[in-house]
Design a protein around this ligand. Structure first.
Ligand SMILES: Cc1ncc(COP(=O)(O)O)c(C=O)c1O
Length: 376
């Protein structure tokens, strides 16, 4: 059965366990068929109440800060693959204690921490693979001037002493065909270094769980890479979006309807800027359940903050909207709750799980104390 929205308090992010299981099963299949490791990127999916489930399918998780690494260790019970764009010196020892892999973003960071490197951890460097197909600058980590990853020109033909792995991240909601082209550039630039490495981490952005993705093609690409480099003990992918893709919704409620402008605006108990920031940043128009392509009942959706741009439009409904109606934003599990703010004192939505046995579990609820604690 699908979610019974009468059982969900508003507002709430609701993850559907069955949908997550399906995503994880597909990722596990790719992992096994391609003989690689897939780890979950916390920056996109930090829903730690389901980490025990994620751990049953994937090979751990990747962290980009001390707190993410701690969450991996604490809630998944494994050491993290940690890559931070820059490490905070006072945090490095703690990060080392809870990481299996540590990747440096620059040669100066490698030099800074070289003397602290120890045998229980495998160290890597992040490089710029020199190619990406991401058109939005905000999400393109592999542009020629990117601060993320060492450019080829700064590296010789030998991996720095003690470095066993090479990491790149150049995809964002891309296909395996884009990965194939990134790999061509990566190999052309870094071949001698890849031959010396024990592992290669191909970052995130592999949208393996999207309907039109071709997992079999990905397996083929990865197998070919593995065959070319038999020296590699481990090939890693670290998707975030693909884990949480289409696994749940943000439930909201119409609190008022204002008639101003070309179309009326349904004023909601959620906010785009606080609860769905990528809609404004990327930008993209989210799908709302039970809307139709065309109807006389066309509305903007208005967020509850005072930000003028905290609104989007328009969606058509079969019936005129009424105060109290539920508005269900689809696909609101990845890159939402990890990015929320309490701007304007707006409360955070609950976090809940719709379980496979059709029960609802509220796993998190917020209030004034959460808002106050972030300020002083
Ligand atoms: C280094 C790194 N790895 C993995 C990811 C996860 O990417 P995605 O959620 O698009 O799969 C990101 C996203 O920004 C990243 O920066």
């Amino acid at each position: 059965m699908s979610i019974d929205y009468n059982k969900i308090p508003s507002p709430a992010y609701v993850l559907e366990e069955d949908k997550l299981r399906n995503n994880l099963a597909l990722l596990k299949r790719v992992q096994e068929e391609a003989d690689i490791h897939i780890i979950c990127a916390l920056k996109g999916f930090s829903f730690h109440a389901v980490f025990p489930l994620v751990k049953q399918f994937l090979h751990g998780a990747t962290a980009s800060s001390l707190h993410e690494a701690k969450l991996v260790f604490d809630k998944m019970g494994v050491k993290a693959h940690t890559y931070c764009p820059v490490y905070v010196p006072s945090e490095f020892d703690e990060i080392q204690a809870i990481s299996s892999h540590i990747t440096f973003n620059s040669l100066s960071e490698y030099e800074r921490y070289k003397t602290k490197m120890n045998t229980g951890i495998s160290y890597g460097i992040r490089v710029n693979p020199g190619y990406s197909e991401i058109e939005t600058d905000l999400y393109n980590p592999a542009s020629p001037n990117s601060r993320l990853g060492i450019p080829r020109s700064l590296l010789g033909d030998m991996l720095p002493e003690g470095i066993e792995g090479i990491h790149f991240h150049a995809l964002c909601e891309n296909t395996s065909h884009t990965l194939e082209r990134v790999l061509e550039s990566f190999i052309a630039l870094y071949h001698p270094l890849i031959q010396q490495a024990k592992w290669v981490n191909m970052g995130g952005g592999h949208l393996i769980t999207r309907k039109d993705y071709e997992p079999d093609h990905l397996v083929k690409v990865l197998k070919a890479f593995r065959e070319k480099y038999p020296n590699l003990e481990e090939v890693i992918l670290e998707p975030g979006s693909a884990v949480g893709w289409q696994t749940g919704v943000l439930v909201s409620t119409v609190l008022d309807i204002v008639p101003n402008g070309d179309f009326p605006t349904a004023m909601l108990d959620v906010s785009f800027t606080c609860h769905m920031p990528d809609c404004l940043e990327m930008p993209y128009k989210p799908r709302i359940l039970h809307t139709v392509d065309k109807s006389p009942y066309e509305y903007n959706m208005g967020g509850m903050s005072c930000l003028a741009g905290d609104c989007m439009g328009t969606w058509c409904f079969e019936q005129p909207l009424q105060v109290g109606d539920k508005i269900i934003f689809d696909d609101m599990i990845h890159y939402t709750m990890v990015k929320t703010t309490t701007f304007n004192g707006i409360n955070l939505p609950d976090i809940g799980i719709w379980h496979s046995d059709d029960t609802y579990e509220q796993v998190q609820t917020y209030g004034y104390e959460d808002y106050k604690k972030r300020l002083s």
